[in-house]
Design a protein around this ligand. Sequence first.
Ligand SMILES: [Zn+2]
Length: 425
Amino acid sequence: MRGWSRLISFVAIVFLLASAVVPVVTAQAPKAPGFDAAAATEAYLAKQTAEQKARSDAYFVGGYWLQLWGFLYGAGVAMLLLSTRVSARMRDLAMRTTRRATLQSALYWVQYLIVTTVLSFPLTVYQGFLREKYYGLANQDFAGWMGDQAKGLLVAVILGGLALMALYAVFRRASRTWWIWGTAVAMVFLVVSIAIGPVFIQPLFNTYAKLEDPAVKEPILRLARANGIPASDVFVVDESKQSTRVSANVAGFLGTERIALNDNLLKRCTLPEIETVMAHEMGHYVLNHTWKMIPQFGLLILAAFACVRWGYGRAAGRWGGRWGISGIADPAGLPLLVLLFAVFFFIATPVVNTIIRVQEVEADLYGLNAARQPDGEAEVALKLGEYRKLSPGPWEEAIFFDHPSGRSRILMAMRWKAENLPPAK
Ligand SMILES: [Zn+2]
């Protein structure tokens, strides 16, 4: 069994390292006659004023630190629940309330979620509300924001509760292979949430309306038809309710395909900019990015479970008596389980970002070829530069960026433009 788990971890690590190869977005910028892609890139970057740059860089780099503080804060909460035996007491309460093990894990989950939400509330308010307001990225008042938080908590109670019930049922039955079955359960819930998210969860927070303006709708549908996407409508989602960010997506499958853009994109961008964004999103869809990402994350989750198996056994063996927790099937050990997963995924941050960023580069290149709007692409990259550092160093981009930086995106667009200029007469 041990050899098995080592082999799987090894395969997972090799696979992840292979997938972490950064795609070449900074390859040569060719000099077409009369057009220098590198100079054109610098000219676009220079449109961001020093003041805008300072603000955007501060917001984005602050985000690096927030990842660290968020991890440490969460670790502190987990240790608090374990060392004060609050976790053990929540389990005892669940056991006194019902005899059925499945319901006990659900009851434990509800208590755990409420306690951790309350303890994490100061950081959540700072990160999700105060900081967004300070940087001018939020459009919501506190009451509206709290309403969204409450809805999110309700979704977490239900979906998380179902996941926890399935996970602990597996933990109780498979005392040796729980980490493999646990991965299978996690994968099922990953696929389910991807499938139901756009149809059942996102509409809880925002309203989707059909886009009527033919001047925008027709070019988008033309792009969709040309790229083999079965769609007869484009939807606008009222995300300006929450923030000033521009975004769009193409989601769904088996007849539920839906092309949506948010109202910020519609209001703030020109048609070439909208076309290039929509062509990028269509690229994700046509290249089956979601389905390719699922096995990649599956391997990552398997590697995480292999590490958790090792770490849980050690920690519970050493401090289990003091914390009042036993084996993996004991719901009171959930804070330890969550802490070990958090450690793994904190360390794996560059790997996760790179898996996503590689797909984003593919979608950018697809979008350039489909929409043929390199200058629109560059303008959108500048708009995204309002909250994403435009010009990071190469390592900074590899570690912290889950999308290519503005500089990479503009250079890709200008390189495309240089190679697609009409031949000189
Ligand atoms: Zn994308």
